[in-house]
Design a protein around this ligand. Structure first.
Ligand code: KG4
Ligand code: ZN
Length: 341
């Protein structure tokens, strides 16, 4: 009988200290996330120095808890997968150095993982991937359409030219005086309002799969300021609903078009904004019509940053023979296409 494969994942690219253990690439044995949101909230965003300090304080505790949850020791772990980038350099360094120290001390192979590859591979914890596939990646730092012809091969066919979708959500939320991170608050308000305001949609040139959200963000901010100057009140739930409709319409139409053009078998949703109820429902409704394409949407806990997704991607990299040595460094601007042979 084939021995089970156990991969430990470590993720510290932003404001979650996360460690997970995955069995045979697809089963979660442990998934521990220590969130720092409370510490960053009062600053209205992630403060890099505070993030790094929290990671240092949490990392060994979170590693130990993951081993306890899985009822394993380092002797059982086949490889340690760690987020190499992109992200905040000081935050990434904590995870990378912890992973290197453990790999060295216990003589375990080390696997470098791209954060977005992790978000995409969260879907493999839901169902087996069927290629070719298209992944809509929407997070606080990224908005991309990624085409995959096979495991571990990533082709970015479209990306944002300015703000990421999550960033636009957070900035609009700040304009409405909602707490950080604003995405879930806008999502909740949007369910209570109607899209009564006419806001722009950035389709860009014909045939482009790129995105742009800065114009929309400015339009929302201007709408709020103009109303204030005229002494008018715009219902925040209607503003949220109008903003959300504009974001979702562009994301979903471009995804649908690309899925058809690239003749994919699956469409995956990935990244923190994948937690958005409006986006999930709209994608479900649209892809109901495309019976040849399977739509995969991870549960909320696997959409926002976690280490189960890093271990899931790490398992594929491990099978492909990808290894890092002890010179591995944090790479805040890492390009996902560098993984392609
Ligand atoms: O993937 P993630 O956890 O971190 C990054 O890698 O960036 O994504 C965080 C982003 C934040 O901008 C947050 O506001 C957004 O995901 N987000 C949402 C929702 N939940 C989280 N945006 C819209 N609707 C949501 N329900
Ligand atoms: Zn992320």
């Amino acid at each position: 009988m084939k021995k089970d494969q156990w991969i430990m994942g470590i993720e510290t690219s932003c404001d979650e200290t996360a460690v997970a253990i995955i069995k045979n690439g697809r089963e979660i044995a442990a998934n521990v996330v220590a969130s720092q949101i409370e510490s960053h909230k009062r600053f209205g965003g992630v403060v890099p120095e505070i993030a790094s300090r929290h990671h240092v304080e949490q990392i060994t505790i979170v590693i130990e808890e993951a081993l306890n949850q899985a009822e394993l020791s380092f002797a059982d772990i086949d490889a340690i997968a760690v987020t190499e980038g992109p992200g905040l350099v000081g935050a990434l360094l904590i995870g990378v150095n912890a992973a290197k120290a453990l790999a060295f001390a216990h003589n375990i192979p080390l696997i470098p993982v791209h954060h977005i590859a992790g978000h995409i591979y969260a879907n493999r914890l839901v169902t087996e991937l069927k290629f070719p596939l298209l992944s809509l990646v929407v997070s606080g730092g990224h908005t991309e359409l990624v085409y995959m012809k096979e495991h571990g091969h990533f082709q970015v066919i479209g990306e944002t030219r300015d703000d990421a979708a999550g960033e636009a959500y957070d900035k609009v939320a700040r304009t409405l005086n909602l707490p950080y991170p604003g995405g879930p608050h806008i999502d909740r308000l949007a369910q209570e309002g109607s899209p009564t305001l006419d806001l722009p949609r950035a389709w860009l040139e014909e045939g482009s799969y790129d995105f742009s959200f800065s114009g929309l963000k400015s339009a929302v901010i201007n709408t709020v300021h103009n109303a204030e100057q005229r002494g008018e009140i715009i219902a925040p739930e209607d503003l949220a609903a109008s903003f959300q409709e504009s974001v979702i319409e562009v994301l979903v139409k471009k995804t649908e078009k690309a899925a058809g053009e690239y003749k994919v078998n699956q469409v995956l949703l990935a990244g923190g904004v994948a937690a958005n109820k409006g986006l999930r429902t709209t994608l479900e409704n649209v892809f109901k019509e495309h019976t040849a394409i399977e739509l995969v949407i991870p549960p909320l806990s696997l959409c926002t940053d976690n280490a189960a997704m890093i271990a899931a991607a790490g398992s594929i990299m491990f099978d492909k023979g990808i290894r890092a040595d002890l010179s591995l460094n944090a790479n805040p601007g890492l390009d996902i296409e560098l993984y392609n042979e």
